[in-house]
Design a protein around this ligand. Structure first.
Ligand code: ARG
Length: 461
């Protein structure tokens, strides 16, 4: 049988495989709320300009709300033959209310309809993720305040570099996540234009009021060019690119969690709630959640590149290729949502092994830079010379099998005669941390202030 929505000029229906490749209902049913919202606004506009009677508009409104209830209740029968969510809902509307339902598609095409629905969906998704990111930032800042003074080794090249505090480390991720929120907000502001009224590609001859529909749906304005409006998926790509950076950040934090709770490091313990056991090795506590969040960027980045390749080379205006825009966006959204929730749980629950972190913060000659800085500040040595002197002292301590602070004053003086006993004051982890008072540095007092500022800012959300 030919399609009841567009089959007028067709003698037979599609081949089975044509139906299969053509249909998007299997995944675009997730747009049902947005589709009904869009149709309600469109119908209200049609009534406002006199293309529907008040009575017809009331029937349509009622019909659409009943359909929403049916879908919500799980009693709506989705049909693959009706291809997509738009025609499923429209066909059901006509079935329920007759003639008035058949008037709804006046001055509209599925091309501007789907572009509108999808923008609404992405906008809703951005709002949901924004709240989740803010929640994770709050958890990180809360833990950062708690551990603003807890020393841990800071690394470069994954080699012990200088002591930092655990709070400072956690706040680094708060900064990254703040940028992620900013990128999503930028994408949201740019996507917030309404394609409805662009019709198939050229606009329409009906006296529609696009500003009215745009306002009804919370858009800032109608899109400016009908060809662009029906074929543009930049908004989905911007969203996926912002999610890719978010996913990358979550992946980096996950990797650190995996490292921190590995036996040789033993910096933190994840709670039982976010750990799994081994079916053969009874002693194991595996950080599976962190590993899975670490991996999710594979999907999210793949979704971004996948849609980018779909859009590359598409001629104007609409082409069915863009139907392939939805699954990557849904998939990436699910991955990001789940990752944020799991990461938040891990961050809230984790326990640092404070003594172990403190011990490792001082290992590996982590205060060598403090010694070099002392030589510059007190003895006025040029930094390069101080670096060289310190290097020799590190070599001496290494050969002796002790820390820098355990060298005797005589040993130190054999390399640089100007050194006096006050040098030992800067060689402790605590002194090193307290001295890092430059803006954005790891001094515990500065970290406490930064965490407090973030918590205040996040409260205001
Ligand atoms: N299911 C289609 C999509 O997701 C709706 C638009 C179809 N438009 C058309 N001219 N065939 O893109």
């Amino acid at each position: 049988l030919a399609n009841p929505q567009w089959g007028g000029r067709f003698a037979t229906g599609p081949a089975a495989v044509m139906g299969e490749i053509n249909a998007s209902i299997g995944f675009d049913k997730r747009l049902w709320r947005q589709d009904i919202r869009g149709s309600l606004a469109h119908a209200a506009m049609l009534a406002k300009v006199g293309l529907l009677t008040t009575e017809e508009e009331a029937q349509i409104r009622e019909g659409l709300l009943t359909i929403a209830d049916e879908i919500e209740a799980g009693s709506f029968a989705f049909s693959t033959a009706l291809e997509d969510i738009h025609m499923n809902i429209e066909a059901r509307l006509s079935e329920r209310i007759g003639e008035a339902g058949k008037r709804l598609h006046t001055a509209r095409s599925r091309n501007d309809q789907v572009a509108t629905d999808f923008r609404l969906w992405v906008r809703d998704a951005i709002d949901g993720l924004d709240g989740q990111i803010a929640t994770l930032m709050t958890s990180l800042a809360t833990r950062a305040l708690e551990f603003h003074a807890l020393p841990m080794p800071g690394f470069t090249h994954l080699q012990v570099a200088q002591p930092v505090t655990f709070g400072h480390h956690l706040l680094a991720y708060v900064e990254m996540l703040a940028r992620d929120r900013g990128r999503l907000a930028d994408a949201r502001a740019r996507l917030n234009e309404c394609p409805l009224g662009s019709a198939a590609l050229a606009g329409t001859s009906f006296p529609i009021d696009r500003r009215f529909t745009a306002a009804q749906l919370g858009f800032d304005r109608p899109t400016a060019n009908s060809l662009d409006a029906v074929s543009d998926r930049d908004f989905a790509l911007e969203y996926l690119s912002a999610l890719s950076l978010l996913g990358m950040h979550l992946s980096r934090l996950s990797e650190e969690i995996v490292i921190w709770c590995s036996s040789p490091y033993n910096f933190i313990r994840l709670s039982d709630a976010f750990t799994t056991g081994s079916s053969i090795m009874p002693q194991k506590r595996n950080p599976d959640a962190a590993e899975l969040v670490r991996a999710k960027i594979g999907r999210i980045g793949g979704d971004f590149i996948g849609l980018l390749m779909v859009m590359k080379g598409l001629p104007l205006a609409y082409a069915k290729d863009t139907q392939e825009d939805k699954e990557p966006v849904f998939d990436a959204t699910e991955a990001a949502t789940l990752s944020l929730a799991a990461m938040d749980g891990m961050v809230r629950d984790l326990t640092p092994h404070a003594a172990r972190m403190r011990e490792m913060a001082g290992a590996g000659f982590a205060t060598a830079t403090d010694l070099a800085d002392w030589l510059v500040r007190v003895l006025r040595l040029p930094f390069r010379t101080a670096h060289h002197v310190t290097g020799r002292l590190v070599g001496m301590a290494e050969a002796k099998g002790c820390d820098l602070g355990e060298l005797t004053l005589e040993e130190m003086r054999s390399v640089e005669p100007g050194i006096d006993a006050s040098v030992f004051d800067v060689l402790t982890v605590e002194a090193s941390l307290a001295s890092r008072t430059s803006e954005g540095g790891t001094a515990p007092e500065a970290v406490r202030r930064a965490a407090t500022l973030w918590l205040h800012a996040l409260e205001g959300i």
